[in-house]
Design a protein around this ligand. Structure first.
Ligand SMILES: *[C@@H]1O[C@H](CO)[C@@H](O)[C@H](O)[C@H]1NC(C)=O
Ligand SMILES: *[C@@H]1O[C@H](CO)[C@@H](O)[C@H](O)[C@H]1NC(C)=O
Ligand SMILES: *[C@@H]1O[C@H](CO)[C@@H](O)[C@H](O)[C@H]1NC(C)=O
Ligand SMILES: *[C@@H]1O[C@H](CO)[C@@H](O)[C@H](O)[C@H]1NC(C)=O
Ligand SMILES: *[C@@H]1O[C@H](CO)[C@@H](O)[C@H](O)[C@H]1NC(C)=O
Ligand SMILES: *[C@@H]1O[C@H](CO)[C@@H](O)[C@H](O)[C@H]1NC(C)=O
Ligand SMILES: *[C@@H]1O[C@H](CO)[C@@H](O)[C@H](O)[C@H]1NC(C)=O
Ligand SMILES: *[C@@H]1O[C@H](CO)[C@@H](O)[C@H](O)[C@H]1NC(C)=O
Ligand SMILES: *[C@@H]1O[C@H](CO)[C@@H](O)[C@H](O)[C@H]1NC(C)=O
Length: 664
């Protein structure tokens, strides 16, 4: 026997009135006749027949105490309720007993003939029926009158394509049709529940315990179809000729055959052999994320999805939260945030992409660390003399935008001119042999236009001339500046930067262009904008000037994220261009694209991250090894998420001429 203390708030209170007492007793059978067949006795001990009642709306008509039992009789229910001291006891559906001091709202009087189900423990008594209580009242108690039941029409058909799936045990690992729980319905039928679920776009409906209706798109929590359909034995509140589940059993109808899922457990194996579950950790301590990088995988989140993403970007700690959130970071981040292991049961939300797995909880992270024998990254910190030393060579004159090692052994410094410090000429040269004497170390040179936002390189000629092109604004953006290094150790040169925009200039003004020496010695100039944060200049041109400048749609499309693109001559002759998160190979003669390379991975949280403007990264060619037949690699490090949001802490590389180039 089960004793349940009713815990629901009483929705409303009936007025008790002496005047109306007994006014509904006209249906009561005669007390004096000894029944020859089943009957509804006029009294059971100190309780008198009250009437046949319906259930209430949203709760039990008599909701203080209840039990159910296959040996149910009117006497055993009376004993149970009398021991609780309640005014009424009622029996329902043959085997259920309810006690209470008043009827809950929605419970109304029904014809006595409705209460026509035999008591499970006494076939000569009636014990209510489906949604009908045979009610007895404590002798001498004033009671309220109730009105007759008015039948409401209920749906009689199932939605198209819905079929019966039988009787299933609900629990013990949690509800098996849990997604939507309709309010209790006094007119419930399997059809009305299926119609409701279908209208909400669910594919599985379940009715339970007379009047409960549940909807889902699958059967969860390890639900298994019972072998015994008689467990679904509570008549539907809206049609007592069919059953709507039972106590702890659910009658399922669905559109198609429902998928079933095991009870969710945290995934601790099959994690690609390299991650180890650490436990359920807390998040959002003092409004700080325990692991900094947040991703959402609505509908697809699993441990594999999250861990793979974190590993790809070199993060050795991963946390799954609230079913569909994935966080990446390093194990030390948890410690720094003050995050500690919590109760395992706090992580209790199923994964959006795997109903059999747990993905954290509310502010709780199902936490994993990378424990693979191959670490995700290793930093080498040279020690002792290998670590080298820093020493201050000489005081400086400017903070340079561009430095170039000259063929003479000296170093060129170029700096803003016009927009820089008032006393700056914008160009200086450092004699490394004279660093003990500031005056002898530095030579002052001169610019005529502003190199801020220009490109620079050293020409492959015998003089090792230095070239800068483009720049800050107006004439500066057309600038072509040349310096022929001269002088020697301890001897200052006399050559200066040469430029005269009315004699030699670019075809197009360029702010933030790139420049590269081609294999034939010409200079390729790529892209830029016509001025500071102005319109795109999505073209290429050649220096010394030949032919027209060439329009490039891929530069137009990716402006301004392509500024200062990365350029390199490939061994096969083509020209590599890395810009934003894209890369391609151009034909060295026609500048047509010969191959579009795969996009570069971005940040862990945003694939649309760029390696070029506005937070420019850096690019180098990877070393080649004799006999130099392997494809050449390009390494690009840093950059930012869109619009300079978050700086990238990773590098990507690609072998553009490999058979199937892959950015990683
Ligand atoms: C009910 O109570 C009245 C008096 O209060 C008594 O006469 C009557 O016998 C009682 N009936 C039952 C069934 O206990
Ligand atoms: C159900 O799906 C249909 C078609 O996709 C859509 O129009 C309707 O709004 C959905 N209803 C609900 C309750 O989501
Ligand atoms: C779903 O989770 C279960 C339990 O952790 C696991 O055994 C299964 O491999 C997972 N399936 C997928 C597709 O991730
Ligand atoms: C296993 O992890 C490695 C490294 O992150 C990845 O390359 C590989 O695709 C992963 N395999 C699976 C099945 O997730
Ligand atoms: C959170 O804030 C409280 C109150 O300012 C402070 O005492 C506590 O140390 C903080 N915890 C962490 C982990 O920062
Ligand atoms: C410009 O003036 C500042 C402040 O007097 C001085 O520190 C700096 O060395 C000067 N720069 C040059 C290039 O003369
Ligand atoms: C630095 O060199 C200048 C020019 O040769 C010279 O006049 C000056 O005395 C030197 N200063 C020192 C400290 O040697
Ligand atoms: C630039 O060249 C033109 C034409 O040769 C000349 O007239 C002008 O003086 C030059 N400007 C400078 C600043 O040297
Ligand atoms: C180098 O190649 C480009 C592209 O074909 C061409 O425009 C340019 O004139 C060439 N330069 C030399 C010096 O031949």
């Amino acid at each position: 026997m089960r004793l349940t203390r009713a815990s629901r708030a009483l929705p409303s209170v009936f007025l008790l009135s002496a005047a109306s007492a007994q006014s509904t007793s006209t249906d009561a059978p005669a007390a004096t006749v000894t029944p020859s067949g089943p009957s509804q006795p006029a009294s059971i001990d100190n309780y008198n027949w009250y009437g046949c009642q319906t259930e209430a709306t949203g709760t039990r008509a008599l909701n203080s105490y209840t039990y159910a039992d296959d040996g149910m009789t009117l006497e055993s229910c009376r004993d149970f309720c009398n021991a609780q001291g309640t005014t009424f006891f009622g029996t329902e559906y043959g085997r259920e007993c309810y006690c209470g001091n008043k009827f809950q709202s929605g419970s109304v009087s029904a014809p006595a003939s409705d209460c026509n189900q035999l008591c499970a423990g006494d076939s000569l008594q009636y014990c209510g029926a489906g949604n009908r209580l045979s009610v007895y009242a404590l002798n001498g108690t004033d009671i309220v009158s109730v009105t007759s039941a008015t039948p409401t029409p209920v749906p009689t058909t199932f939605p198209t394509g819905w079929t019966a799936q039988g009787c299933w045990q609900d629990g013990p690992n949690g509800r098996i049709v849990p997604t939507y729980n309709a309010p209790d319905n006094d007119n419930l039928t399997p059809q009305s529940c299926a119609q409701l679920c279908d209208s909400l776009n669910y594919t599985v409906s379940g009715t339970e315990y007379y009047k409960q209706c549940f909807c889902s798109n699958a059967i969860y929590n390890g639900g298994v179809k019972g072998t015994d359909d008689t467990k679904c034995n509570t008549p539907c509140s809206g049609d007592s000729s069919v059953n709507c589940g039972g106590a702890g059993y659910i009658t399922i109808y669905s559109k198609g055959t429902p998928q079933t899922y095991q009870p969710p457990v945290v995934q601790t194996s099959g994690l690609n052999g390299t991650w180890t579950y650490q436990g359920c950790y807390n998040d959002n301590i003092n409004n700080t994320r325990s692991l900094p990088w947040q991703l959402f995988f609505p509908g697809t989140m699993t441990a594999t999805v999250c861990l793979h993403q974190c590993a790809q970007f070199g993060y050795a700690a991963a946390g799954l939260e609230y079913g569909e959130e994935c966080y990446c970071g390093d194990p030390g981040d948890l410690t720094n945030a003050g995050s500690t292991k919590q109760l395992e049961s706090d992580c209790n939300i199923v994964c959006a992409g795997n109903a059999s797995a747990i993905c954290g909880g509310g502010s709780r992270l199902s936490t994993y660390f990378w424990t693979g024998s191959t670490p995700l990254y290793v930093f080498h910190y040279p020690q002792g003399t290998n670590a080298g030393t820093y020493s201050n060579l000489v005081g400086g004159v400017v903070t340079p935008l561009m430095t170039m090692q000259s063929i003479t052994g000296k170093v060129t410094f170029l700096e803003k001119w016009g927009t820089g410090a008032a006393n700056s000429t914008g160009a200086y040269e450092l004699d490394l042999s004279q660093t003990s004497n500031f005056t002898r170390a530095w030579r002052t040179m001169h610019l005529k236009t502003d190199v801020f936002c220009s490109a620079g390189l050293i020409l492959p000629d015998k003089a090792g001339r230095q070239l800068t092109i483009g720049g800050w604004s107006l004439d500066s953006t057309y600038g072509v500046r040349l310096y022929t290094p001269d002088g020697s150790d301890g001897v200052k040169g006399v050559n200066d930067w040469q430029e005269n925009v009315s004699v030699l200039k670019l075809q197009r003004g360029r702010w933030y262009p790139s420049a590269m020496v081609m294999t034939n010695g010409s200079i390729l100039v790529v892209g830029g904008e016509i001025g500071s944060n102005d319109k795109a200049e999505p073209t290429l041109e050649i220096l010394p000037t030949v032919g027209p400048y060439l329009y490039m749609d891929w530069l137009a499309r990716t402006d301004p994220n392509n500024l200062y693109p990365f350029l390199a001559v490939l061994p096969g002759g083509g020209i590599f261009v890395g810009y934003w998160n894209e890369a391609r190979i151009l034909n060295e003669v026609t500048f047509e694209t010969t191959k579009v390379l795969p996009n570069m991975p971005g940040s862990v949280i945003n694939p649309l991250s760029g390696r070029t403007y506005p937070l420019e990264g850096a690019s180098v060619l990877l070393p080649q090894i004799a006999p130099y037949t392997d494809p050449l690699g390009v390494l690009m490090c840093g950059g930012s998420t869109e619009g300079g949001g978050e700086a990238l802490d990773n590098c990507v590389s690609i072998y553009p001429e490999a058979a199937t180039p892959r950015g990683h």
